[in-house]
Design a protein around this ligand. Structure first.
Ligand code: ADP
Length: 328
C-alpha cells in the first residue's frame, strides 16, 4: 500500500479522568495511513489509557477519536473490526493450543475471510507453524508474544495497536518480534507504545511523546533529534590542551550551561560538547568570548541528540512547564 498522507487515526481533545486524576488530558494527534508511530512516555504518562480508549476497551470522559472515519464511541463495532490490539497482557487462553486459540479469536471477531486460509497465513507470518498444535501454556515467552501478535492480526485489520510488544523478551526474541512488526507495518498503520527508545529507532517513522497526560512532542525521529540538538548543544574543537581550554570555558558560565571534554582528539587539540545556557543559541557570543581569551577555534558543529537525550529533555522540560503552570 502506498503511504498517502491520509489520516487514519484522528484524536481530538481526548480526555480520561479517573475520579479527580486526569490520566489523559485533552490530547490531539493524527496518524496517517501506512505510518508506524512510536508512542512514548514515562510510566504513568497515559499511554495504556490512550490505547485502551482507541481500541474501545475504555470509554473516554470527553473528546473524540476516529479510526478511518468511524467514531470509537458511536461505531465501536466497526472500530473493533478495524483495529488489531496487542495489550500489555495479551488475553491468551493457556489451556488452548495455538491453533484452537486463533480459531477462537476468529469466531470472536466474527471474521468473514476464508477461515483456514486466513489462519494459515497468519501462522506463517508470525512463524508459529512448528508450535501450532502445542498448548499456549507450554510455549516460551517469545512464542507467547508471537501468539499475541497473531491474534491481533486476525481479521486482517487496517490498524495495529501494540502496547509494549517486546517487554520481557530476550534480545533474540526482541529482534524477531521487531522484524515482524516492521513487516506487518508495510501495509498497515501501526501505533507502538514503548519506553525502549532503541525500539523506536529500529521500527518507527515518527514519535509522539506523552507526559502526565499531555502530548509534549510529536515529530519524525530525524527532525526531533536535530531540532533538539542544534540550538542547545554543539561540538567544539580548540587548538589547546584540555586544562587551559577548560579553564576558559568555565569562565563563560553566563553563556554555557555545561561542557564535557571528549575522550578522543587530535594531537594538540581538545574536543568538547558544549551545552548552551538555558538551551538558548549563544554560539555567536561563545565564539567571541573564546577569541577574546585567545582560544583558537578549529571546528564547531551542531550535535544531534540521541532519542534518549531528546526524551529526557522533553519530559524534564514539560515537567517544569507543568509545575510552573500549577503555581501560576
Ligand atoms: P502508562 O501506560 O503511560 O504507564 P497509564 O495510562 O497506565 O500510563 O496511567 C496513566 C495514569 O492513570 C496514571 O496516573 C495511573 O495511575 C492512572 N490510572 C491508570 N489506570 C487507572 C485506573 N483503572 N484507575 C485509576 N487510575 C488509573
Amino acid at each position: 500500500m502506498e503511504n498517502t498522507k491520509e489520516a487514519v487515526i484522528e484524536i481530538k481533545n481526548l480526555t480520561k479522568k479517573y475520579g479527580k486524576n486526569v490520566a489523559v488530558d485533552s490530547i490531539n494527534f493524527t496518524v496517517n495511513r501506512g505510518e508506524i508511530v512510536g508512542f512514548l512516555g514515562p510510566n504513568g504518562a497515559g499511554k495504556s489509557t490512550t490505547m485502551n480508549m482507541l481500541t474501545g476497551y475504555l470509554s473516554a470522559t470527553s473528546g473524540s477519536a476516529r479510526i478511518d472515519g468511524y467514531n470509537i464511541l458511536s461505531n465501536p463495532k466497526e472500530v473493533k473490526q478495524m483495529v488489531g490490539y496487542l495489550p500489555e497482557m495479551p488475553p491468551l487462553y493457556m489451556d488452548m493450543t495455538v491453533l484452537e486459540y486463533l480459531n477462537f479469536v476468529y469466531e470472536l471477531k466474527k471474521v468473514e475471510l476464508s477461515r483456514n486460509e486466513h489462519i494459515s497465513e497468519i501462522i506463517e507470518m508470525t512463524r508459529l507453524g512448528k508450535v501450532q498444535g502445542k498448548l499456549i501454556n507450554n510455549l516460551s515467552k517469545g512464542y507467547k508474544q508471537r501468539v499475541g501478535l497473531a491474534q491481533a492480526l486476525i481479521g486482517n485489520p487496517e490498524v495495529l495497536i501494540l502496547d509494549e510488544p517486546t517487554i520481557g523478551l530476550d534480545p533474540m526474541q526482541i529482534i524477531e518480534v521487531r522484524e515482524m512488526i516492521k513487516k506487518f507495518g508495510e501495509n498497515r498503520t501501526v501505533i507502538i507504545s514503548t519506553h525502549i527508545l532503541q525500539e523506536v529507532n529500529a521500527i518507527c517513522d515518527r514519535v509522539i511523546i506523552i507526559n502526565k497526560g499531555k502530548i509534549v512532542a510529536e515529530d519524525t525521529i530525524e527532525h526531533i533529534t536535530k531540532k533538539n540538538g542544534e540550538e542547545s548543544a554543539f561540538q567544539l574543537r580548540v587548538k589547546s590542551d584540555e586544562k587551559v581550554a577548560s579553564s576558559v570555558l568555565s569562565r563563560a558560565h553566563n553563556l554555557i550551561e555545561e561542557f564535557k571534554a571528549m575522550s578522543k582528539h587530535e594531537q594538540g587539540m581538545t574536543d568538547f560538547i558544549v551545552y548552551t545556557k538555558d538551551g538558548v543559541d549563544t554560539r555567536g557570543e561563545i565564539i567571541k568570548f573564546l577569541v577574546e581569551n585567545n582560544l583558537e577555534i578549529v571546528m564547531m558543529k551542531p550535535v544531534e541528540m540521541t532519542l534518549e537525550e531528546v526524551f529526557i529533555k522533553v519530559v524534564n522540560g514539560s515537567d517544569k512547564k507543568l509545575e510552573s503552570g500549577v503555581k501560576a
